[in-house]
Design a protein. Structure first.
Length: 282
């Protein structure tokens, strides 16, 4: 039986547009959603990413948080008849401010799973403002609590199956320790890809300022090289049927192209079709 993924709506944030897509509308503000993910259909529920702590903390990055009562993680889980205490694992694509802010809502017998390199990166100072003190301090508490934290070393081990149908793999993009979460569904592989992709349209469908065929645009926020970012996006497009970023609705992929957009569940109906691109124009 295949697994299914439900999107959790943690609210929105307002931020400068070129932070999301390199060189797009510099100086202009854009509002984007912040999603988490609930994996159902296995032995126990699994959550991927927990959103941001509160609206005030987003101001430390010059951003505006728009999180309301209905966006609280407990209420989002309850929409699917799940309580925080039911969740066996919390998996993190990475630990930025809008991804790990509500880990402390989960009991210590829920295991938080991260790539070890991401924990190292979070305290390196390289992207310091994006790793807020209370979130990282909570993870240190888990570090010293039996079974409350689990590290993977994905750059060395390669992909790891955390439970049947859920595989973790190093993303090699966005942050030094980001990981992708592959989920086997009845309609093929779905990959929760964190912030390797922020915006499907301006990075992939009509990639901003790109003139070469099949050349994606990168985000305006990454720790590595542009070559690495582009390669990571191309790998995702070549290997998954569905892609689920944190700040855009999911996409269905065929032949390395985005062919449709979905809403709040994967698998699910396509709510917007995207025309295929002709890479060999007359």
């Amino acid at each position: 039986m295949g697994l299914e993924i439900k999107l959790l709506d943690y609210g929105d944030i307002e931020l400068e547009s070129s932070f999301l897509v390199l060189a797009r509308d510099c100086g202009r503000v854009r509002r984007v959603p912040v999603y988490g993910f609930l994996i159902l259909g296995g032995r126990y529920p699994v959550v991927v990413d927990t959103g941001y702590r509160d609206n005030a903390i987003m101001e430390t990055l010059g951003m505006r948080g728009l999180q309301f009562h209905e966006n609280m993680i407990e209420r989002q889980l309850a929409r699917h008849n799940v309580k925080v205490g039911d969740v066996r694992y919390v998996l993190h694509t990475h630990l930025h401010i809008d991804h790990a802010g509500k880990d402390d809502h989960f009991p210590m017998n829920t295991t938080v799973v991260i790539n070890r390199r991401e924990m190292e990166h979070s305290v390196s100072g390289l992207m310091h403002p994006q790793y807020p003190k209370p979130d990282i301090q909570h993870l240190v508490e888990r570090l010293h609590t039996r079974h409350a934290l689990r590290f993977e070393d994905l750059e060395i081990t390669g992909p790891i199956e955390i439970m049947p149908g859920v595989v973790l793999e190093a993303a090699n993009a966005h942050t030094e320790g980001s990981m992708n979460v592959h989920v086997e569904t009845t309609e093929g592989r779905a990959t929760i890809c964190g912030d390797v992709i922020y915006d499907f349209n301006d990075q992939i469908v009509e990639p901003l300022y790109q003139v070469n065929a099949h050349e994606p645009q990168v985000t305006g926020n990454h720790a590595g090289s542009k070559r690495g970012e582009k390669a990571a996006i191309k790998k995702l497009l070549a290997s998954s049927r569905f892609l689920l970023p944190v700040h855009d609705k999911p996409a269905r992929i065929e032949g390395g192209q985005v062919i449709g957009r979905l809403d709040m569940q994967v698998p699910g109906p396509i709510t917007q079709s995207v025309p295929r691109r002709d890479w060999f124009p007359a």
